[in-house]
Ligand binder design. Structure first.
Ligand code: MN
Length: 136
């Protein structure tokens, strides 16, 4: 039991995200498992402050619905964008990117992964501290 559980959280924290693909601690609660009718997977992801996932891409695209805290989103070759509760990010298929919390705030988004018949995610390198700390 996590004693720091957010009392306002909509969804339970779920399971710890795989350390191979996340720097820091994140939690994933699957809300809609993939199936062959919907070809869509939906999960709630909680990032502890400073936590981010590796660089990656989604062959079927991805939509992030931000529901708590302050986060970061970056596409390859572009500056980091600050994300707030209520923001929605539409990520085109095969765009290389990462997402996570800002340094001092927990961040929660719902990740919608459509078109799963094309593949859900392809993981790449970790986001270095230099990359993570490049926000201006
Ligand atoms: Mn993504």
């Amino acid at each position: 039991m996590n004693t720091a559980e957010n009392q306002n959280a909509v969804f339970p924290k779920g399971d710890k995200a795989p350390a191979d693909y996340f720097t820091g601690t994140a939690w994933i609660k699957m809300l809609v498992p993939n199936d062959s009718t919907f070809n869509t997977q939906i999960g709630n992801v909680v990032f502890e402050p400073g936590c981010r996932n590796n660089w990656h891409k989604h062959p079927g695209g991805q939509i992030l619905i931000c529901i708590n805290g302050t986060g970061y989103y970056q596409e390859k070759g572009k500056p980091i964008q600050l994300l707030h509760k209520g923001d929605v990010v539409k990520i085109e298929p095969d765009v290389i990117h990462w997402h996570g919390a800002s340094p001092d705030n927990e961040f929660t988004h719902i990740a919608v992964n459509p078109n799963t018949q094309k593949g859900v995610v392809e993981w790449m390198d970790r986001v270095t501290d230099e990359e993570y700390n490049s926000f201006k």
